[in-house]
Ligand binder design. Structure first.
Ligand code: ZN
Ligand code: ZN
Length: 319
């Protein structure tokens, strides 16, 4: 979290600069700024640099500025830039008693655990990258067209929900705090625990967390979904006619049914499954059935098979 901020209020004929800092207190730097380049301390703050043994640093992190209200901007000081505040004769300045406190700004500038960064390419498609404390910045999808229900991994993570407790879903990505960088990229911060996404992206086979809504019928379905997540955009519990498919890839008309151990043993259920498969085939669906043993023993091969049928390239090489 940054230690010091400057608020810049723009009024009709002047700008007011206020400094809020946990080390240096809160005070009004100037009320008399006449605009860019007027030469006041505020202007010098915006344009200033600090010389250190390591080079020249800007006083403020202007790239990280945020608009709080229509006429109110806030910037953070760079680490080196705080020397600017240090050098001021601070007792000369009036205390700031405005409505905005440092805690508000701390909340606004809270550093996310991880982020998705979306950039647009020359051909109009989007590239998603992911970065977190345990995952170096890496591209996770290319060629995204940002359509609704886009199957790319980037869009899937953006749509992802965590179930913190049963029945309580939290979006993984905080869309309300998205912001644009100066070079036109969109940054979507992730404030919730990002370890699951990071583990997924690292293809950690130990991932068994409830990051998905609790709507799976069985632990087998849940495990399948969580491990297939990166490679396939699966819709769990998809409806087709009067049937409910365990998983579907609707645009490819692929139905995936996981046959658990007990459920499919009875004659009644086998007949039911056969009728339903015939109906689905008639409607143009491909039906892939996997047994619990297949899923548990060689999930990778199951995913390969689905990817092959769906004509989807597997995102990441197996480790
Ligand atoms: Zn000025
Ligand atoms: Zn996409």
């Amino acid at each position: 979290m940054p230690d010091s901020y400057v608020l810049v209020y723009t009024e009709a004929i002047r700008r007011i600069f206020v400094i809020l800092s946990s080390t240096y207190g809160k005070f009004v730097l100037t009320k008399e700024c006449a605009g860019d380049g007027c030469g006041c301390l505020g202007c010098r703050l915006l344009a200033g640099t600090v010389q250190t043994a390591d080079g020249n640093f800007p006083v403020l992190d202007l790239d990280d500025g945020r608009q709080l209200q229509e006429r109110l901007l806030v910037y953070t000081f760079t680490e080196q830039g705080e020397a600017f505040i240090e050098a001021l004769d601070r007792p000369r300045y009036a205390d700031y008693r405005g409505p905005i406190g440092k805690a508000d700004l701390d909340r606004l500038f809270q550093r996310p655990n991880a982020a998705i960064i979306i950039g647009q390419e020359g051909d109009g498609t989007f590239t998603h990258s992911f970065v977190s404390s345990t995952v170096d910045m890496r591209v996770i999808s290319r060629g995204c067209r940002a359509t609704r229900h886009c199957p790319c991994v980037g869009c899937r993570i953006v749509d992802m929900q965590y179930s913190e407790m049963p029945g309580h879903l939290v979006p993984a990505v905080d869309l309300s705090s998205r912001r644009a960088t100066t070079d036109g990229k969109l940054v979507l911060p992730i404030f919730v625990d990002d370890s699951i996404i990071s583990a997924l992206l690292n293809r950690d086979p130990a991932v068994r967390h409830s990051f998905t809504p609790d709507f799976f019928d069985s632990p087998l379905e849940k495990m399948f979904y969580e491990l297939a997540f990166l490679d396939l955009h699966l819709y769990p519990q998809h409806r087709a006619g009067k049937y409910r498919l365990d998983f579907a890839i609707p645009d490819k008309m692929i139905a995936i049914e996981l046959d658990g151990h007990e459920y499919h043993k009875t004659k009644y259920h086998r007949t039911h499954d056969a009728q339903r498969d015939r109906w689905l085939y008639g409607q143009g669906w491909h039906v892939l059935r996997f047994t619990g043993t297949e899923i548990c023993k060689d999930l990778d091969r199951c995913i390969d098979e689905i990817c092959y049928l769906a004509n989807v390239e597997r995102l990441s090489a197996r480790r």
